[in-house]
Design a protein around this ligand. Structure first.
Ligand code: ATP
Ligand code: MG
Length: 357
């Protein structure tokens, strides 16, 4: 199989971890006779330095002409004082929008070998680890609704609107159901339908879509209860689907209970198999270019790419198994290091994983 991949290495540790993920892709293509053709383009801080803007039309054009995008991380202290629309993060928001990526998939996986990093009591997570996915709506809701600020005789005021159309809800809820069908067939829809009209519409549409998926066990949780349940009993979840703002908070909470930011991948999808894949961590400028960053989040992101964009489920499973094996053998980067384990750098971790594929 031949596929075109646009690569945005990005800033900070972005290049460190993306190079390891590309080497893993090369190992997979060599073993299975696939061909992955990379086109490297700039976005974020690197694009600001070269072109004065965080995202160029050329970068968007190359991404659109590709089958998937691999992204490292954007941003860093160097660009922190720029105005909002010129920050590297603006590039990220804009590229997601221009590529029509409305669904953010974030697996929260805690490996048994790393369960010591979980901030929750072992009685809560068990020693078997955790494995669920948060599906967050990415292009609607309060972050994109009508907003304004002003002042009157009582002082200043401001508002943001949480706006959703039934079509926007339907397409994201469908992503949740489709994913649940491929997993344990359990879906939790998170809303605030006791207070918000947008959530009442969300629930109504979800119940309609559910008719197409009779095998999936659906339940509804209010977002405040969901936040609590994640801490009390995260093992109850398989797939969680929710709107943009709730999903921003719930997905960060979910990541943190696994305790290892350097391990978690993500995918942003639209209505086709095209997707953008990136680790959930940021550019970690404190350890950039020092062979210290954990490349596993990015390596697992390319496993998601193989599965979701290319339909190469077996190859993806091989990468995941190789990661598990390396952890079982006791190799650790600094962020997941514990007593009695073997400390390795970014490059060595990448090589160990490649060797086990
Ligand atoms: P951003 O605003 O880009 O999300 P941030 O400052 O919120 O960045 P990160 O860049 O994700 O957060 O990193 C926070 C800290 O976590 C880093 O300073 C680094 O020490 C650690 N860290 C993040 N990713 C990794 C990784 N892949 N390997 C090792 N440590 C990491
Ligand atoms: Mg951050």
């Amino acid at each position: 199989m031949e596929k075109k991949i646009a690569v945005i290495k990005g800033d900070g540790i972005g290049p460190d971890v993306v190079e390891q993920a590309m080497a893993v892709l090369d190992r997979v293509s060599e073993k299975h006779g696939h061909k992955f053709v990379y086109t490297e383009v700039l976005a974020g801080g690197a694009s600001l330095d070269k072109y004065g803007v965080p995202l160029t039309d050329e970068t968007v054009k190359v991404c659109k002409a590709s089958d998937a995008v691999l992204l490292g991380a954007m941003g860093g202290p160097k660009w922190d004082t720029l105005p909002g629309n010129l920050r590297p993060e603006a590039g990220l928001l804009s590229i997601r929008n221009q590529l029509g990526l409305f669904a953010n998939l974030r697996p929260a996986v805690m490996y048994q070998e790393l369960s010591g990093a979980c901030p929750l009591k072992e009685s809560v997570t068990g020693s078997e680890g955790l494995d669920f996915v948060v599906v967050r709506e990415l292009t609607g809701g309060a972050y994109f609704g009508k907003r304004d600020t002003g002042s009157d005789e009582n002082g200043m005021w401001a508002y943001d609107t949480m706006f959703y159309t039934e079509n926007e809800i339907r397409r994201i809820v469908r992503v949740g159901f489709e994913l649940a069908m491929k997993r344990d067939k359990r879906l939790t829809s998170v809303d605030k339908a006791n207070v918000l009209d947008s959530s009442r519409l969300w629930r109504k549409v979800t119940l309609e879509v559910a008719k197409d998926y009779p095998e999936v066990r659906l339940n509804h949780l209010y977002v405040d209860n969901c936040a609590m349940q994640l801490v009390i009993n995260p093992r109850q979840f398989d797939v969680i689907v929710t709107e943009n703002l709730f999903g921003d908070i719930i997905s960060d909470e979910s990541s943190m209970i696994t305790g290892s930011i350097g391990m978690l991948p993500s995918a942003s999808m639209g209505s086709t198999s095209f997707g953008m894949y990136e680790p959930i961590h940021g550019s970690a400028p404190d350890i950039a270019g020092q062979d210290k960053a954990n490349p596993i989040a990015t390596i697992l992101s390319v496993a998601m790419m193989l599965k979701l964009s290319f339909g190469l489920d077996d190859e993806a499973a091989e990468i995941e198994a190789a990661v598990k094996k390396v952890l079982e053998e006791g190799y650790r980067t600094g962020d997941i290091m514990s007593e009695g384990k073997t400390l390795v750098g970014t490059n060595e971790m990448g090589r160990l994983i490649r060797d086990r594929i």
